[in-house]
Write a protein that binds this ligand. Structure first.
Ligand SMILES: *[C@@H]1O[C@H](CO)[C@@H](O)[C@H](O)[C@H]1NC(C)=O
Ligand SMILES: *[C@@H]1O[C@H](CO)[C@@H](O)[C@H](O)[C@H]1NC(C)=O
Ligand SMILES: *[C@@H]1O[C@H](CO)[C@@H](O)[C@H](O)[C@H]1NC(C)=O
Ligand SMILES: *[C@@H]1O[C@H](CO)[C@@H](O)[C@H](O)[C@H]1NC(C)=O
Ligand SMILES: *[C@@H]1O[C@H](CO)[C@@H](O)[C@H](O)[C@H]1NC(C)=O
Length: 462
């Protein structure tokens, strides 16, 4: 069984107690840094009611960098955190001291071009490294991106700080950043175990807590877009329509009741109410189980491991023990006869998630499907999915962006500085050598100019 994390059984009444408890306590992370880079204001309120602090005391002050402000008159159309940025043509680093250690931290980097006289931000090109992970390499924004570009990572933090280093790709390049978030993740956001699924295997693997993850897709299936305002970890969940292979035969549903979060299942920090209270389902028609699947496909970069998190919550069945279905990842059976009532100890509308790891994805497309199993019942719901997240996992070099390690990126900048210095030193040495040579030449040339005369004289004499 995938990461259900149900280790012991509780009584029904305890579950109700726990779910009431979880309703009362909102998540408040120990580390919660929201930085509006390049802003002189102490506080900036974004449209999701979050307070971002200015960055003047945040970054290493020894580093030369400049603050950029948008010269655009039409500033009202996007969040105030994108009105300023910090730009640098030398490495810039931000340090965030952590209270919450030995846990994962969420790192979000925001990029939004702004109009200014100094730089064309589309020409920026830089690397980003954090706590030994390569987050971005030779990163550029493109006119074709939709803005803001938000890069989100969940990285294990074992030291007392999160250090985010921005490094221009080379000494002629520069970089920029508009906003940074560093938030300690709730303990249950990343599980140590998952189910590895490919054409030959379907086996439990562990040790995932050592990994870092980059969010590549986060989808609220069958529902509306969820913005950070309605998510206790300030995430964005997009609608599933553009990922759906075909919507023939599937149905979107919405549930108006209470989502029953409980210990052992998904918490509100794993998935908010607005994700679990909508879904896409397959229903029996005319008293027979339809012979179909619902499939979503996701573009991914080749050559990485991915973690696929599928969110389930039976908000569709009329009673318990009526919903049984199969789950496929890349066409491989990931979970057969999934019985949500069994997992949630007979509670409907109680959320749960399952993590699947896909090794070295080589097609560039990742497919997730749900469909009836051979125990699906006629006159019932025969498959359901409420949400999907696709996370890229770091490679063996600790990188999310190519086969390069953080150290070699940091060293490459030092080398670039030496490259600037070397020609300089070389030029000085050359100058000295040349002038010495010229001095000697003057002395020697006296002899030489004489020598031929002497020789000719000698010759003449001879
Ligand atoms: C943007 O998209 C257009 C059309 O697809 C393409 O021709 C152009 O090269 C793209 N620009 C960049 C910077 O990728
Ligand atoms: C938050 O969720 C509620 C309930 O689903 C919805 O009515 C509201 O529009 C959402 N707000 C935002 C800012 O998305
Ligand atoms: C359901 O059954 C009715 C009558 O047997 C038939 O007319 C209809 O086409 C069936 N619908 C589907 C979707 O199979
Ligand atoms: C559902 O998907 C699985 C895996 O790709 C496949 O084996 C099965 O035949 C599909 N079922 C239907 C009805 O297409
Ligand atoms: C139902 O699933 C079981 C277990 O995988 C399998 O042995 C059996 O052949 C399946 N039955 C049908 C009708 O596909």
């Amino acid at each position: 069984m995938a990461a259900t994390k149900i280790s012991s059984s509780f009584t029904f009444s305890l579950y109700i107690f726990l779910s009431l408890l979880s309703l009362a306590s909102a998540f408040s992370p120990a580390d919660h840094y929201l930085i509006n880079c390049g802003s002189r204001a102490d506080e900036t309120l974004d449209p999701d009611h979050r307070v971002f602090a200015g960055d003047h005391s945040r970054f290493a002050s020894s580093t030369r960098s400049i603050r950029l402000e948008n010269a655009d008159s039409d500033r009202g159309s996007y969040s105030p955190i994108y009105h300023t940025a910090r730009a640098f043509n030398q490495p810039l680093h931000y340090t965030f001291w952590t209270k919450d250690r030995a846990t994962h931290h969420l790192v979000r980097l925001h990029f939004h071009p702004l109009r200014n006289e100094c730089n064309n931000l589309f020409e920026a090109e830089f690397h980003v490294v954090a706590n030994g992970f390569v987050l971005l390499r030779t990163f550029r924004i493109s006119e074709n991106d939709s803005f803001p570009v938000i890069k989100e990572f969940v990285i294990p933090v074992v030291s007392e700080k999160v250090e985010i280093r921005f490094i221009p790709s080379n000494k002629w390049k520069f970089g920029f950043v508009n906003a940074i978030e560093v938030i300690s993740a709730p303990q249950d956001l990343i599980a140590d175990v998952a189910q590895l699924v490919d054409s030959e295997r379907n086996e439990r693997i562990d040790g995932l807590l050592k990994n870092g993850f980059e969010t590549v897709h986060r989808v609220n299936v069958g529902g509306f877009k969820v913005t950070p305002f309605n998510d206790s970890l300030w995430r964005t969940w997009v609608t599933d329509d553009e990922y759906l292979k075909s919507d023939d035969g599937s149905e979107k549903i919405h549930f108006g009741g209470q989502i029953k979060y409980k210990s052992g299942g998904a918490s509100r920090e794993v998935g908010p109410d607005n994700v679990y209270n909508t879904a896409r389902v397959i229903k029996s028609l005319n008293g027979s189980v339809p012979n179909m699947n619902i499939t979503w496909t996701f573009q991914v970069e080749k050559g990485y491991r991915y973690m696929v998190r599928m969110h389930f919550c039976d908000i569709a069945s009329a009673a318990t023990n009526m919903l049984y279905f199969n789950v496929y990842v890349n066409g491989n059976l990931a979970y057969e006869n999934l019985d949500l009532s069994g997992i949630t100890y007979g509670l409907l509308a109680s959320p749960f998630y399952a993590d699947f790891v896909v090794n070295g994805e080589n097609s560039g497309v990742l497919a997730v499907s749900v469909g009836p199993s051979n125990t699906s019942l006629p006159r019932a719901v025969d498959a359901i999915l409420n949400g999907v997240e696709i996370w890229k996992m770091n490679n063996f070099m600790g990188s999310f962006d190519g086969e390069v390690c953080a150290d070699s990126i940091l060293r490459s900048w030092k080398r670039a500085r030496i490259d600037v210095l070397l020609p300089l030193v070389g030029a000085v040495v050359l100058l000295i050598t040349a002038s010495m040579l010229m001095l000697r030449r003057r002395n020697v040339s006296v002899g030489w100019s004489r020598l031929p005369t002497d020789v000719s004289e000698a010759n003449l004499k001879g």
